[in-house]
Design a protein around this ligand. Structure first.
Ligand SMILES: Nc1nc2c(ncn2[C@@H]2O[C@H](COP(=O)(O)OP(=O)(O)OP(=O)(O)O)[C@@H](O)[C@H]2O)c(=O)[nH]1
Ligand SMILES: [Mg+2]
Length: 210
């Protein structure tokens, strides 16, 4: 049995309902996309091994629902993340307007994020677009954050965007002398059940909070 050490990278995904957060997690973890919509009622976590250059990383991606009771508790967990994805739906202007609320929430309670990226999802539905690239880019520039458009459905621009997010965190951590957490795997295989167990444990804790 070989023992490997992985650098841990954690990202949060914030955004309105229906923008594609769960779909993003699913596409990254099991490369599947579902047309049906099932609102997320708890937190979701995926863990994926990702290779960037010579380095193998353990990438964790968290989805937290937007409602406030839940968020107060979730803050304890999301403080350990290094990156934030602010996801909106390019065919839903309100989801773009509400990005401000999600960004405020994040920076108010987590001031050491190394990478924040604004991502417009569903570019495969360009004919129904309500948010122009220019407006989103302007907003991102004003806030000093990155900006990309993707389609979780067709995977357009998805892997590249993800790799850039992770590389950016690695680079900034290096420059700022921040040591990222490392974890050891005994069998080189990250299992779905590990993440599911963690999520179930968190869900039990969260239920106690209501
Ligand atoms: N056309 C298209 N549909 C998408 C895309 N991404 C997600 N969807 C659809 O959008 C709907 C909502 O997706 P979810 O991933 O469940 O959205 P969510 O942000 O997790 O929603 P909540 O859990 O309620 O906060 C589903 O019907 C998905 O199939 C995309 O890139 N293109
Ligand atoms: Mg969801």
């Amino acid at each position: 049995m070989s023992q490997s050490q992985y650098q841990d990278i954690e990202f949060l995904v914030f955004g309105d309902s229906n923008v594609g957060k769960t779909s993003l997690l699913k596409q990254i973890s099991v490369e599947k996309f579902e047309e049906d919509y099932y609102p997320t009622t708890g937190i979701e976590l995926i863990i994926k091994q990702i290779q960037i250059g010579d380095e193998i990383l353990k990438f964790r991606l968290w989805e937290f629902p937007g409602y406030s009771n839940f968020k107060q508790f979730a803050r304890m967990y999301y403080k350990r993340a290094q990156g934030l994805i602010l996801l909106y739906d390019i065919t839903d202007y309100q989801s773009f307007k509400n990005i401000e609320i999600h960004l405020e929430e994040a920076i108010q309670h987590h001031d050491s994020l190394l990478n924040i990226i604004l991502i417009g999802n569903k570019v495969d539905k360009d004919s129904k677009r309500q948010v122009s690239i220019e407006e989103a880019m302007d907003y991102a520039n004003k806030k000093g954050i990155h900006f990309k458009e993707i389609s979780v459905k067709t995977k357009q621009n998805l892997n590249l965007t993800l790799e850039q997010c992770i590389s950016d965190v690695l680079e900034k951590a290096k420059i700022q002398g921040i040591e990222l957490k490392k974890s050891i795997n005994n069998n080189n295989q990250e299992t779905e059940s590990q993440s599911l167990n963690l999520v179930n444990k968190l869900k039990q804790n969260l239920q106690k909070c209501y």
